[in-house]
Ligand binder design. Structure first.
Ligand code: ATP
Length: 260
């Protein structure tokens, strides 16, 4: 990975991260991470538990202030700016947990996301139908099964019309059939030109959606490049599985988990 001091911001990158670091006291959760994301691109971010993936998303999205480094949105520095400012500039994120208004209906949840976005809101009627949310339109969101709540949260986020979408473990806690709905949502969203960064432990989903990945280990970038090539690297297998023998299946330590 190139060091921050050696990298000059380039023009026209939708999202450019340069030498980003985040420490919590003596814990270096993110160490000198650089990456770029262009219009319509999907980038996977993987790594073992505690590698720093969520901290990376938190520092990019303004939920946490970076210790050092740059976050450039369309070439403008936004590191350390609050989440609502980044949101107004088109950066949205999802959380590992379902993020919905539990006490109101699915319809009202979608309406609130639309109101929040104002003129930026995009039409999500097709997503509502393809994900089956139309069949539970009048149901209180908190009464939905967990997977449906999570998909509702994602449709709401997409409804806000982001140009950059950061997804933190969108598949965690979802049934297999629901995971394919994530595929559909991401593919259709990138067709509009939205850039998507996906943190995920589900390697099948990563292979399906991400032509390129970045592997984090102990806060730093261990590897990056074409997904299948990176996933075959012995050092990546070692970091993820504690073994360098090739495997077609990576363990999903967060399988079934519904929170951090
Ligand atoms: N608010 C915090 N205060 C102190 N330490 C933190 C905080 N948030 C994260 N950490 C530490 O930073 C490191 C990276 O954590 P992080 O949650 O970013 O990893 P992760 O790769 O997302 O893990 P997982 O796959 O389990 O979600 C861990 O050692 C974690 O304990």
């Amino acid at each position: 990975m190139t060091h921050a001091s050696a990298v000059q911001p380039s023009q026209h990158k939708t999202l450019e991260i340069i030498g980003l670091s985040k420490s919590f006291g003596g814990v270096h959760a993110v160490r000198d991470v650089s990456l770029t994301l262009e219009k319509g691109q999907v980038l996977g971010v993987i790594g073992p538990n505690g590698a720093g993936k969520t901290s990376l998303v938190n520092t990019i999205s303004g939920r946490q202030r970076p210790t050092s480094g740059s976050v450039l949105l369309d070439g403008r520095e936004v590191a350390g700016k609050p989440a609502y400012t980044l949101n107004r500039r088109g950066l949205a994120r999802s959380y590992q947990q379902a993020n919905v208004f539990a006490e109101v209906t699915v319809q009202e949840n979608i309406a609130r996301a639309g109101e929040f976005a104002g003129k930026r809101a995009i039409d999500v009627d097709e997503f509502v139908q393809s994900t089956g949310l139309d069949t539970v339109w009048s149901t209180r969101a908190g009464a939905l099964p967990y997977g449906q709540q999570k998909i509702l949260g994602l449709v709401m986020t997409i409804h806000t019309g982001p140009s950059i979408l950061l997804l933190d473990e969108p598949a965690a806690g979802l049934e297999m059939s629901e995971r394919f709905r994530i595929d559909h949502l991401v593919k259709e969203t990138t067709k509009r030109g939205c850039a998507v960064l996906i943190v995920e432990h589900d390697m099948d989903l990563i292979r399906r959606l991400c032509p390129n990945i970045l592997v984090m280990d102990s806060g730093a970038v261990l590897a990056e490049g074409i997904t299948n090539e990176v996933l075959a690297r012995p050092d990546v297998l070692e970091a993820y599985l504690g073994t360098s023998s090739p495997s077609t299946h990576m363990a999903d330590p967060a399988e079934g988990a519904t929170d951090d």
